[in-house]
Structures are given as structure tokens and as C-alpha cells.
Design a protein around this ligand. Sequence first.
Ligand code: FAD
Length: 294
Amino acid sequence: MSLRDLVSDHRPISVSFEFSPPKTDEAEATLWKAIRRLEPLAPSFVSVTYGAGGSTRERTHATVKRIVDETSLKPAAHLTCVGAPREEIDEIVRGYWDSGIRHIVALRGDMPNMQGAYAPHPQGYAYTPDLIEGILKIAPFDISVSCYPERHPDSLSMEHDIDLLKRKVDAGASRALTQFGFDNDLVARFRDRVAAEGISVPIVPGIIPSTGIKSITRMAEKSGASVPSWLARLYEGLDGDVETRRIVAAAVLAEQVQELRARGFEQFHFYVIGQPDLTYAACRILGLRPKSAV
Ligand code: FAD
């Protein structure tokens, strides 16, 4: 599908955006500029990550609360099982519901600083399906979960990952957001395989602007994603040239959304990672227009 075809493709689409909670006042100002930039595109939700081991508990809460209070957006708060007893997690969940948050991205999480293999907290929710059941006992949240078209690094096999996804959906998840990736055929094959296993929730491709290719490569090494050699080659010699990296990233993003659309995807989850302009452009290419201009 070319850009020309995409422009005349009027099938409905929806997008969501993922942000990290800010650590400083300056980062907060940058985040809010990004939120305001993307808000007119009327995403189906915007999600806010939860720092490893709950390290951003207050900041995640403050950010989703401010989104509820000050914008037209629907926030989703990420929440992990790791390192906390059930009572503590239940209290966070109740706090979200009381603050008007209706959507949680439920995750297992990793040990703090990625130190060692995951071990459930003795009094905690052991794995994601347990967390989902716990959340839904408290209130009828909309639940999103993760999935890994390239396999989670801890996973024994793709069968195991797909079985786990089935358990998450049986527990109450209503969509699965993929780990970021750059191989669109692979994510389409994963979606088809999941559907063939009778899992009927949408598989929503996670899309990341590749401007910061070095940090993305580091993240990919730890997280069940890969950076293809063609992509690494595109950025060769551009370490000190952020402008060209942004232009390259825009081209990569445009191609990626075209390819995913051509493979029938209707929902897209963007990891914004400080690149609201590129994210905005990708949404425009997908056919989204600011609500006020429609
Ligand atoms: P799951 O998919 O639930 O499980 C991962 C692995 O755990 C499985 O592959 C399997 O090997 C093992 N496992 C699961 N259940 C069992 C079981 N019953 N018995 C034995 N082994 C089992 N991290 C954060 O800290 N904060 C965030 O906000 C955050 N947001 C994310 C958003 C998305 C869309 C994605 C894709 C990832 C996110 N992560 C986040 C990263 C995530 O926490 C890590 O990838 C973590 O290693 C796995 O968590 P998960 O929920 O994806 O795990």
C-alpha cells in the first residue's frame, strides 16, 4: 500500500499513545506539551507507564489523575505485579478507580534494575492473570496486557507465550499491546496465529519512533524485541546528527504504518518516547485528523 493508497483508505482506525511519568519539572512541562500536541487526534486512550518495581507509583498516579482532571483523554495506568504484596496493589487499584481511572495495563514487570530472574512476591500477585483477576474483583476496569511477537526473553517457547496470552484474556483482558518491533510481517503472523488459537482480542502493534536508535537497541536486547540490520544500517554514522536521524525515523515510521495498515491492522499503539511530532505525523499518514478540523 503506497502513501497515495493510504490517503484514500477510509476504513476506521484507532490509536493510543504511551508516555512515561516525568521525573522533573522540566520533564513534566515536556510531557504536557506532548499530551496537548496529541490530544486533538482523539486517541482511544493514553497510557502512563509504571516504573520498574513500582518506583514511579506516585508519579504515575499524579499523571493519570491530571489527565482525567484536565483533558478530554482517557488515561490507562500501567501496573505491575512485581515486588509488592496484594494489599498494596489493591490499594493502588482502588485509588485509580476513585480518581476516575477506568483502564489499567496489567503487567508482570521485572525485578528492580533487571537484577536476576523474576520471582513473585510471597504475598503478591504472582503473574499477570492473577493481577487481572485481583483488579477485576475490585472494579470493572478495562484491561490491556502486553504480548511479544518475537517471544518474551523469559519464555520457554512461543506456545508458552500464546498460552499465557490466552490466560490473560480468559482472566479479563480486552486487548494486547505488542512489544515494539520493526518486522511487520512477523507481527501480522503473530496476530494470525493468536487468532487461530481462538484468542479473539485485538493484537495492537506497538510502534516506536527509531530516532534514538542506540537506546532502542539497548532496550531491545533486554525486552524481547530486535533491531533489524537494515534499520541499524540506516543510522550508521548519524550519532551526532539528530536532525537527519529524525528525518530517517519519519521515513521508517511512514513505511511501518503503511505496511501495518496494508496487513489489516486497525489499532495502533505508539510509544511516544519524547517524539510527539513524529507520532503526530504517523497518525496523519494513517488518516487521522484533529477532531476540530474534521
Ligand atoms: P507477561 O507477558 O505476563 O509474562 C512474561 C513472562 O513471564 C512469560 O513469557 C513467562 O516466561 C513468564 N511467566 C508468566 N506467567 C508465568 C507462570 N504462571 N509461570 C511461570 N512463568 C510465567 N514494565 C514496567 O516495569 N512498567 C511498565 O509500565 C511497562 N509497560 C509495558 C507495556 C508494554 C505494552 C509492554 C510490551 C511491556 C511493558 N513493560 C513494562 C515491560 C514488562 O514489564 C516486561 O517485559 C516484563 O519482563 C514482563 O511483563 P509482562 O506483563 O509483559 O509479562
